[in-house]
Design a protein around this ligand. Structure first.
Ligand code: NAP
Length: 270
């Protein structure tokens, strides 16, 4: 995706994957300061730990508590978070405006943290967080409560009162193709999504952050129930576009990036 974008804009750069154990994080960040490096993405398990190694943290990344982009600025290495903005851009692109809607967020990991922050910023009426480990849902709800005016709560069960929900966001790793994992696992039974869709006057929306496969069991159930579905490739492309803009200072060629991503996913059967 990024290499296709560099080629399309004539930027002499390439995107490399570096496998960095925690003991080498500081040395790797120091390496980013060299002039031949444009910037970096950061992923698990370093999104929080990397913050103290950078010169500046963008306010949004500070509020979310995770950095997934590092770019070079006049102030040195700046850490930011492109997941929140990437998520909102993917909704906008799908014609979904979450403002005023009742949202149920499944998951309380790093991705859910960015998505919850984004949804509150976008003006949702109510945000319910459900997670296998309930204490983490409570912790995330408490972290997001500041300035949310009582709109955010941790919910014990994903199945409770589905009629009220206008947007479901699947932010757990369930459904992701991974060795040793049941690919049919669902975060919520199909009957619950059916009950939600039956009660609605307009089709509810189901968003899945998982992009491999593009049609997860959750999205297949939602689609069968008549919901509007948004797969994880939208957020992946747009968080990448936000990062690309931070590294190069130029608008990202989104269609080029999407085509490269979709081709790569199709190649491995997603
Ligand atoms: P994470 O921090 O490891 O969190 C994983 C989440 O999944 C936690 O809420 C965890 O619950 C839950 N979970 C894991 N196994 C489960 C199971 N068997 N049953 C129920 N819940 C389970 O991961 P993350 O960074 O938030 O990423 C979550 C997913 O989003 C991944 O699949 C990732 O690929 C995807 N993602 C997509 C994009 C995109 O651009 N489309 C961006 C970021 C992430 P517990 O707290 O109980 O462990």
């Amino acid at each position: 995706m990024h290499d296709a974008a560099f080629a399309a804009l004539g930027v002499d750069a390439r995107y490399e994957a570096w496998d960095v154990p925690p003991s080498e994080l500081a040395g790797t960040v120091a390496r980013l300061r060299e002039p031949d490096v444009l910037g970096a993405n950061v992923t698990v398990p370093h999104k929080r730990a990397v913050m103290e190694l950078l010169d500046r943290i963008a306010p949004e990344a500070r509020a979310i508590g995770a950095v997934n982009v590092i770019a070079k600025t006049a102030a040195g290495l700046e850490g930011s978070n492109s997941d929140a903005e990437g998520f909102l851009r993917s909704l906008r692109e799908a014609g979904v405006d979450p403002a005023g809607l009742h949202v149920r967020l499944l998951g309380a990991g790093g991705a859910a943290r960015a998505v919850g922050y984004a949804l509150l910023r976008a003006g949702v009426a109510r945000l319910e967080i459900v997670n296998r480990t309930h204490a983490r849902a409570e912790e995330l709800a408490a972290d997001l409560a500041d300035g949310a005016g009582g709109r955010v709560t941790a919910l014990g069960e994903a199945t409770a009162a589905p009629e009220a929900v206008g947007v479901w966001v699947q932010a757990t790793s369930l459904g992701m193709r991974k060795q040793g994992r049941d690919p049919q696992e669902r975060p919520v039974p199909a009957a619950v999504l059916e009950a939600c869709a039956r009660a609605a006057t307009e089709p509810p929306v189901a968003v899945d952050l998982v992009y491999r496969p593009r049609r997860t069991p959750f999205l297949r159930d939602a689609e069968a129930a008549g919901m509007t579905v948004v797969d994880g490739t939208g957020m992946l492309v747009h968080q990448g576009a936000v990062a690309f803009e931070a590294w190069t200072g130029r608008p990202a060629p989104v269609p080029t990036m999407r085509a490269a991503l979709v081709a790569a996913l199709a190649e491995d059967g997603s």
